[in-house]
Design a protein around this ligand. Sequence first.
Ligand SMILES: Nc1ncnc2c1ncn2[C@@H]1O[C@H](COP(=O)(O)OP(=O)(O)OP(=O)(O)O)[C@@H](O)[C@H]1O
Ligand SMILES: [Mg+2]
Length: 261
Amino acid sequence: MEEEKVSQLNQESTIQDEVVVDIKGLKKAFGSKEVLKNINLTLKKGENLIVLGRSGQGKSVTIQCIVGLLTPDEGTVKVFGEDVPQLNNQQLKELRTRIGFLFQSGALYDSMTVKENLEFALTRVLKIKDQSELDQRVQEMLEGIGLPEAVDKMPSDLSGGMRKRVGLARTLIVKPEIMLYDEPTTGLDPITSREISELILEMQKKYKTSSIIITHDMECARITADRVVVMKDGEYIAEGTFEELQHSEDEFVKSFFLDTI
Ligand SMILES: Nc1ncnc2c1ncn2[C@@H]1O[C@H](COP(=O)(O)OP(=O)(O)OP(=O)(O)O)[C@@H](O)[C@H]1O
Ligand SMILES: [Mg+2]
């Protein structure tokens, strides 16, 4: 996608006032190690929110609290208005069908073809059984990520970048209302990274997906961000648009943007 298309997509805002993730006073420690000290975070419907922070700061821990994989020590974590730590297993399962989670590793099932990986998500989450509908959805999604020719390949036959794209396709094919991207472009070359970033933007515009995007890739942040937050010592210390934070007075905040100006 060319610059023009990116800026064209960016002009059409999908953001609504409805809050889909609302975190207040979140604390989480592991043993004596206080990782999250006081996290306050809201994600609006249709918004792309970028989370910046050094390694080991608790960015991944935060999103694990959102999907109920970790339980907070203190504070509230609400998703679609529901208090996640209070949900029982069945409710949690239902909530997770509305949330897509792209893990840092972006793992695929190695013994299944690309098509089977994608179908698995459709049959398990959306309970679709009709083969022609499955075929059509898989085909559409693979075209969406620019890999229609990969349909019958095994994950081991794909490059790292292709695997990442298929991993993303498998998550997106069930059209989650919230997407949690944990370093979606890490380990990819700049061109593939850019393609993934543009795909994230396209998904937002097409399906009005609300996303939290954890990244160290400032080009990805620049392309996808509606809003950026910066994490330091277990708290968010800055918030604004990419351009606002790019010109921040704060040295720590500025340090993330050094190569972007
Ligand atoms: N389940 C766990 N049990 C114990 N400690 C954990 C657990 N999960 C995370 N931690 C610790 O919490 C801290 C924050 O981890 P986290 O993975 O959230 O960092 P991060 O900000 O995502 O870093 P990176 O940018 O490297 O991915 C780390 O010190 C990690 O060792
Ligand atoms: Mg992490």
